[in-house]
Design a protein around this ligand. Structure first.
Ligand SMILES: [Zn+2]
Length: 124
């Protein structure tokens, strides 16, 4: 399960971003592309497993799922794809398409407890 390693890297990145002596991390926001090859549930599980004993202990991981968009150079069109098995242009059938969006796994923001300005609702 490579999500454990990914979760660990996210935690290390977040910890490196916050200043030394800062309050613990409250929230990490991540953008996860549909073609990133990472399971959202497994990543959440990995984060739960890896975050205790780090500055991210007790933090919430918020994952925004980014849909995949592919570009066909022949037709000059962009189109959405649901999964990697559909990496063909729907118009000309060409497999020579470019993934424009959907492979990313990006840590977009890290919030520490001090900077919280509004109530954090707990979403199940
Ligand atoms: Zn095409």
């Amino acid at each position: 399960m490579h999500e454990l390693g990914i979760a660990q890297r996210l935690i290390e990145t977040a910890v490196a971003l916050i200043p030394a002596g800062a309050p613990p991390v409250a929230l990490l926001r991540v953008q996860l592309g549909a073609l990133a090859g990472v399971s959202k549930d497994e990543l959440l599980f990995g984060f739960e497993a890896m975050s205790p004993d780090t500055s991210c202990a007790g933090a919430r991981l918020e994952i925004e799922e980014v849909p995949a968009v592919v570009h066909c150079p022949q037709c000059g069109i962009d189109f959405p794809v649901a999964d990697v098995d559909q990496l063909l242009c729907p118009t000309c059938g060409s497999p020579a398409v470019l993934v424009m969006q959907g492979k990313e796994l990006i840590l977009t923001s890290v919030e520490i407890h001090e900077t919280e300005v509004h109530d954090e609702a707990v979403h199940a």
